[in-house]
Design a binder for this molecule. Structure first.
Ligand SMILES: Nc1ncnc2c1ncn2[C@@H]1O[C@H](COP(=O)(O)OP(=O)(O)O)[C@@H](O)[C@H]1O
Ligand SMILES: [Mg+2]
Length: 248
């Protein structure tokens, strides 16, 4: 089972929307998917209540023990992908979710305020040697802002930029809000639109990235071959802030 967490200090950057969208995109590709809601606001739970169908299931959990138990159960139920949505900010439950994830996805708006706010989440992912990637959400179709933001997030890691910032950037589109309000993902609500296409391609990027990541369940059993130094994905993307954003 692959476990993904959506985490970010900032509220409103798109964690819940992207968690639901990626879950549905993975499901539409034929994968067995579960969502875990750790945010007391219950955004995903409310979304599931508005849906006409029961999949992907949303499990609400409120502490670290429940999280561990649920992940253990899912891994034995042949769930292929579990996506965990978290509350904004940093909490013991969010930290535990990041530690248990194969990939930590950090949605970011392309603005200096939001980029400055990634440091705590990035710090947790790096401290626990988790793979991570930024998702540039609310990207404008015009101008160079999103491209500059991506470059800043990958500052000092230019050769790894493609691995640190997910592709494509997700544009600001009202279909995301309309779909969510109807208990749908954009790939269900408006499947032929650019917004749906962006989400499908984002899921493909995430799936490819997961293929390069050793699942948490297999990690304990994996040992580096003698004389080899495994490259730690969390060592890329230093948390230094991109000062070039000051001219936004
Ligand atoms: N790419 C987007 N374009 C337009 N609206 C978006 C986009 N992503 C998220 N939203 C909207 O922004 C608001 C906050 O998103 P949400 O996923 O709840 O953020 P978070 O979970 O990080 O607090 C919601 O109304 C959501 O529909
Ligand atoms: Mg949310």
């Amino acid at each position: 089972m692959n476990t993904i967490v959506l985490a970010a200090q900032k509220g409103g950057c798109g964690k819940s929307t992207l968690a639901a969208s990626l879950a549905v995109a993975a499901m539409q590709e034929g994968r067995s998917v579960r969502l875990i809601e750790t945010d007391p606001q219950g955004t995903l739970w409310n979304w599931q209540q508005r849906r006409a169908c029961s999949v992907p299931g949303v499990d609400v959990i409120s502490d670290v023990v429940q999280l561990e138990q649920r992940l253990w159960i899912f891994s034995r139920q042949d769930v292929a992908v579990t996506i965990i949505d978290t509350a904004s900010g940093i909490s013991p439950l969010t930290n535990a979710a990041i530690r248990r994830a194969d990939l930590c996805l950090i949605p970011v708006r392309p603005s200096i305020v939001d980029i400055e706010a990634v440091a705590p989440t990035l710090g947790t992912a790096r401290a626990s040697a988790r793979s991570f990637a930024f998702i540039l959400n609310y990207a404008s179709n015009r101008g160079r802002r999103a491209g500059d933001a991506a470059a800043g997030l990958g500052d000092e890691t230019a050769p790894d930029l493609g691995n640190v910032v997910a592709q494509p950037y997700i544009g600001t589109r009202v279909q995301h809000q309309d779909a969510f309000g109807k208990g749908l993902a954009v790939t269900e609500y408006a499947p032929t639109t650019e917004s749906a296409d962006e989400i499908r391609r984002l899921w493909q990027w995430v799936a490819n990235r997961l293929n390069q990541t050793v699942p948490a369940s297999a990690r304990a059993a994996t040992k580096a071959a003698p004389g080899q130094t495994a490259r730690n994905p969390a060592s890329i993307g230093k948390a230094s802030l991109p000062h070039r954003f000051m001219d936004f």
